[in-house]
Design a protein around this ligand. Sequence first.
Ligand code: HEC
Length: 134
Amino acid sequence: MIKKLIFALVVTAATYCVTAQNNGPSFTRGKQLYTDYCLTCHQDDGAGVPKLNPSLINSSFVSGDKKKIISWVLQGTTDKIEIDGKFYSNNMPAQNYLTDQQIADVLTFIRGSFGNKYSAISPADVKAIRAGIK
Ligand code: HEC
């Protein structure tokens, strides 16, 4: 009886941990933020537009170290930066008007969508990078 109870608790906790990353409130809010702030360029399926806006699927900027993707969204770029061997003619707007929570949410969504399976990003991660940029 006790063993069954412990087993049930462990299963519940494990399920929560998995869903907290891929289906949790941060992910759900991130999906809406993606629609509002990113979708016009990076598209519904995250695949971008050839030569114009890069794909967020299998991108070394999305998969890599959290600092790279966070500072990217905070700062944007008007330089033509090589992304996984290709160049894109559009500019990426700086989106530092979004809160730490909003940036964490949208990046958690991207890192857990379009076939990506990377860890969630927390508001504390964003806060630390933002402080380093100012
Ligand atoms: C106006 C169009 C536009 C919008 C809106 C936009 N991006 Fe971008 N994004 C770009 C372009 C263009 C680049 C590549 C810039 C370059 O080549 O120098 C880029 C690059 C990126 C990259 C790095 C390269 C890659 O494909 O992994 C990430 C990550 C990214 N954007 C995330 C976001 C997120 C998150 C949002 C919404 C909060 C967003 N972008 C909104 C146009 C946009």
